[in-house]
Design a protein around this ligand. Structure first.
Ligand SMILES: Cc1cc2nc3c(=O)[nH]c(=O)nc-3n(C[C@H](O)[C@H](O)[C@H](O)COP(=O)(O)OP(=O)(O)OC[C@H]3O[C@@H](n4cnc5c(N)ncnc54)[C@H](O)[C@@H]3O)c2cc1C
Length: 399
């Protein structure tokens, strides 16, 4: 029986980023993934990376976004992995006068705090992205936002971890967890592994792992879905989205004891449209946006795809004439209170979680992994982790 310092469960972006940072610190680390690396949300997302710069008083969100962007840059630049990272910027469409007033206020607030964002009229935005709809009232330009290939990026973090002596084992489903004296015992496939510390990085399956430990971890699966055109010549350079949902959620986030905030649907009823997309290096235009509770069902909802395509074509009119070549869906790990869970889990020694990264975990996962790895290494949480402390919401399971 081997005994690494740390076992990480989950081969998505959160798990591989954690394993990489632990290996950089010199820990012996084993990552266990039940399927393939990037086999779930971390491999099927849009690859959009949120960032507005560090600003003057960086909070948790700024650390997760801008900090992760720097880690992606190091992965591609210093570690030499081609992850298709581009500092493309992001253009967020404004459809109405109410959204224009909201966007003006948002840009004022962000820039006052030292972040980068600017409000453009359609003609200025079309100088950056010529296919944008000239008839919309404006666009918010976020110059620091970026994009990368999610599968390549997730696998690259794993490869970088392996180069620093981490063990990454795929096809190993964790079926049992227990604390035995000063060690964790982890049943995975035919093997039982032992480690001093354990990190849960299993996306929406963190709740199932928590149940093995008698913990109620309030993270639920939310279906996100996307569609893609066939490869086209280069036509869209930025990540492109819409302010419609962002403004709506600011006023009415929604959510209750069983439903996370920031969804596009209540049950089967749509409450708002949401939109993000980009053109990949191989030329496909990919868009998505819906966030709906559907258990662990990963079947795309055809009606939602039609609504999303209409929304995309309002922003990029040429999309009216381009057929959809394929659709897919994945499961986003949404925390019920809308805030990530990064840190120590209560009630057990040497037990950590990096989870609940919701709809933007690709862009926030690298720094989330670094923050939890640094905590394990130093024993002291970074001050921004107070906002992600799992103790606020994780409870013993009722029998
Ligand atoms: C359609 C869609 C579009 C998205 N677009 C974006 C975007 O543009 N930008 C962005 O930042 N985010 C986006 N997201 C969100 C992002 O993909 C997720 O937040 C992120 O990938 C979550 O990463 P994770 O590592 O926490 O979880 P996951 O990727 O789900 O990884 C968890 C892993 O744990 C493994 N696992 C589970 N149980 C076990 C077990 N018992 N034993 C061993 N292994 C186990 C799973 O197989 C899985 O590989 C999108 C998501 C979707 C679905």
């Amino acid at each position: 029986m081997s005994q690494p310092d740390v076992i990480v469960i989950g081969g998505g972006i959160a798990g591989v980023a954690t394993a990489y940072q632990l290996a950089r610190h010199g820990h012996r680390v084993t990552l266990l993934e039940r399927g393939e690396l990037a086999g779930e949300a971390s491999g099927v997302n849009a690859g959009s990376i949120d960032a507005t710069g560090w600003g003057r008083a960086p909070d948790l969100q700024v650390h997760l976004t801008t900090g992760s962007l720097e880690l992606f840059q190091a992965l591609q630049g210093d570690e030499g992995h081609d992850i298709e990272l581009r500092s493309s910027g992001y253009l967020q469409a404004i459809h109405t006068e109410a959204q224009l007033a909201w966007a003006r206020e948002r840009v004022r607030d962000l820039t006052a705090r030292g972040h980068s964002a600017e409000l453009l009229d359609a003609s200025a935005a079309r100088k950056l992205e010529p296919e944008l709809n000239p008839d919309l009232p404006g666009y918010v330009h976020y110059p620091e936002r970026a994009q990368a290939d999610p599968v390549k990026a997730t696998r690259a973090f794993a490869e970088a971890a392996i180069r620093r002596s981490a063990r990454v084992l795929t096809g190993r489903e964790v079926r049992g967890l227990r604390r035995d004296g000063r060690s964790w015992r982890v049943e995975a496939g035919e093997e039982t592994l032992a480690a001093d510390a354990l990190v849960l990085a299993a996306g929406p399956w963190c709740a199932a792992l928590g149940a093995m430990l008698g913990l109620d971890i309030p993270i639920v699966p939310v279906r996100g879905q996307m569609w893609a055109t066939a490869p086209l010549p280069a036509r869209v350079g930025h990540v492109v989205g819409s302010s419609e949902s962002v403004m709506y959620w600011q006023g009415a986030p929604g959510g209750d004891a069983a439903t996370p905030p920031f969804l596009t649907h209540r049950g089967s009823t749509r409450v708002i449209r949401h939109l993000y997309g980009r053109q990949t290096r191989e030329g496909a235009i990919i868009f998505g946006g819906d966030r709906q509770l559907a258990g662990f069902d990963k079947t795309p909802d055809a009606t939602g795809i039609v609504v999303n395509r209409e929304h995309a074509a309002e922003v990029l009119p040429f999309l009216h004439d381009v057929p959809i070549a394929r659709t897919w869906a994945g499961l986003m790990p949404f925390p019920l209170d809308g805030k990530p869970l990064i840190g120590r889990l209560p009630g057990h020694e040497q037990l950590y979680i990096v989870g609940g990264l919701a709809s933007s975990g690709f862009g926030r996962g690298p720094m989330a992994g670094k923050l939890v790895a640094d905590l394990i290494h130093t024993g002291a949480p970074h001050p921004v982790l107070a906002a992600a402390d799992p103790a606020r919401c994780v409870r013993p399971r009722r029998r």
